[in-house]
Design a protein around this ligand. Sequence first.
Ligand SMILES: Nc1ncnc2c1ncn2[C@@H]1O[C@H](COP(=O)(O)OP(=O)(O)O)[C@@H](O)[C@H]1O
Ligand SMILES: C[C@@](O)(CCOP(=O)(O)O)CC(=O)O
Ligand SMILES: [Mg+2]
Length: 328
Amino acid sequence: MTLSSAPGKVYLFGEHAVVYGEPAVPCAIERRARVGVQQRDDGKLRVNAEDLSLDGFTVEYDGAAGEGPDVDVSESLLDAAMGYVDGAIEQVREVTGNDEAGFDVTIESDIPLGAGLGSSAAVVVAAIDAAARELGVTLDVDELAERAYRTEYQVQDGQASRADTFCSATGGAVRVEGDDCRVIEAPDLPIVIGFDGGAGDTGQLVSGVRTLREEYEFAADTVEAIGDVVRNGEDALADGDLEELGRLMDFNHGLLSALGVSSRSLDTMVWAARDADAYGAKLTGAGGGGCIVALDPTPETETALSFTPGCEDAFRAELADEGVKRLE
Ligand SMILES: Nc1ncnc2c1ncn2[C@@H]1O[C@H](COP(=O)(O)OP(=O)(O)O)[C@@H](O)[C@H]1O
Ligand SMILES: C[C@@](O)(CCOP(=O)(O)O)CC(=O)O
Ligand SMILES: [Mg+2]
């Protein structure tokens, strides 16, 4: 068996706008997906993903080369659930030139699904890394990030940036603008996360922003304004100016809200953090439901969130310096 892990992330700034070429700054956090892979002789793909439940079912699945799923759910739901793993294995078959390779894949993850913490990118990065190594090929981190990006791009119907996958592959704080991806210096950030227990549909939310942007010039301007916030945010990050970072995160949340990707529970958690005197707070990732990220070195925000109706979990997150980890 070959085992790799990869971290989730929060966006300090720039989600959604990054899809249209504006810069974004995600930071990897110490919450990981671990993917174990064992080659099979029969060319089939069998995925054991205990965290992945569809309306209460746990999926036992024979992927593209297999016999189809052992659950009674619609194909579209199953594609949505399994597309990332299937896509990751396709990339491994391509990059290793082993078209017929079959695998047993086991996924365990500390990252809530669809909540804006990049569970999909972490699963894809760890799966590609482990499956390629299982076939004797160790990918360098740039190739791994590129293959993981192609997987997300394909599964999300051509609507994905390189931000999540690059960040998960390299770890640390990163800056992504188009295909220019780099790791940047970041101070120790007092990151607090609030989770409403829900999820958003990344593809649908990205499509919503695309439509608005095509329909209204001011929505296109809003996307550009997010880019300006990010550029200011980079300076604040370089200066270690947490107050300014927080102000800019607040502004970023307002602009995301204007683009229709916030929700009542995300707004409620953002306001709870602001009322607790966090430096700033915003939704993270695609939105619609899931997580907010706040900056607060004191325990106040975590405490306030834990008493906020609609907030299911509040926790601190450490920056993950390391991206993909080769465990076995
Ligand atoms: N532990 C897991 N096991 C299997 N698949 C997972 C797991 N975590 C995430 N995924 C895949 O990623 C999808 C969620 O990704 P996405 O909607 O982009 O949200 P996010 O990346 O913000 O968590 C899930 O529907 C599933 O396909
Ligand atoms: C909305 C977006 O900018 C980030 C999505 O992040 P997440 O999958 O919700 O963690 C889409 C993308 O960059 O591919
Ligand atoms: Mg995702």
